[in-house]
Design a protein around this ligand. Structure first.
Ligand SMILES: Cc1ncc(COP(=O)(O)O)c(C=O)c1O
Length: 242
């Protein structure tokens, strides 16, 4: 994402920019760490994230003191002073045990992210000749590869209208049989989620999002993935794709 452009648009139209950095702890844009570019940056420390706690945790960054004070209040039941509730807040305090885990792991974040980059570089090289769509990125950005997600389509190019994800799902089964775990992030686009049905959107209204949801599959990606095991993933994929 070209964040320079996003910030220009926001400035022109006087918009707030909230960066969703959940999968991007340590990522950079134009020399700046994500979470320091917009007005607010939201980080997830869910265990599968690049910086993961031993349970649920998260953080919000801002350089705006008024926003920081408001968020501190909201996360603690709306109180600034103990037992004086100025507004309805939530309980979203970071647990001290999680903070200890995160502070310890933070020391390793850059080296883990570098290992993820090396894995992504190998995937880029090893998948180059395969009939899959590899991830793309914008010049100036530095990803931290929380996921390495490819897109796959049936060689005939025809999708089964009744089961549009059939090719991808079959491929996943074949990989699973070879001991390769994969995931789909995410199978149902936002406009088709039950919670948003009241907005009145239906199938066919966001065709790109729907198509991508049927084609994406995320390959194994974690800092400790050794090259020989990664090679097995690539061989299994090659075999499954025929
Ligand atoms: C892009 C993105 N945003 C937000 C979230 C939500 O994070 P959390 O569950 O820690 O609130 C996630 C978690 O998967 C995510 O991947």
């Amino acid at each position: 994402m070209n964040m320079t452009r996003v910030m220009q648009i926001a400035q022109t139209h006087q918009l707030w920019v909230i960066e969703d950095c959940a999968q991007a702890t340590g990522a950079m844009w134009d020399g700046k760490t994500v979470g320091s570019i917009g007005h607010l940056g939201c980080f997830s420390f869910y265990p599968t994230k690049n910086l993961g706690a031993c349970g649920d945790a998260g953080a919000i960054t801002t350089s705006n003191p008024a926003l920081a004070a408001q968020l501190r209040k909201l996360r603690d039941h709306g109180q600034r002073q103990r037992y004086v509730y100025e507004e309805i807040g939530i309980n979203s305090r970071l647990d001290a045990i999680q903070a200890v885990v995160l502070l310890t792991k933070l020391r390793y974040l850059n080296s883990w992210n570098a290992q993820r980059q090396a894995i992504a570089d190998r995937y880029e090289q090893w998948l180059a000749a395969m009939p899959v769509v590899r991830p793309s990125w914008v010049e100036g950005g530095q990803s931290v590869w929380n996921q390495y997600t490819i897109r796959v389509v049936s060689p005939s190019g025809e999708a089964n209208p009744d089961r549009p994800a059939a090719f991808r799902d079959h491929l996943r089964q074949q990989l699973q049989q070879q001991g390769v775990g994969t995931m789909v992030y995410y199978p149902v686009p936002l406009h088709l989620q039950p919670v948003y049905q009241s907005l009145g959107f239906g199938v066919g209204q966001f065709p790109v999002a729907e198509q991508v949801a049927h084609e994406v599959v995320s390959l194994p990606m974690f800092p400790e993935l050794p090259p020989d095991q990664q090679k097995q993933v690539v061989y299994a994929l090659k075999e499954a794709l025929g």
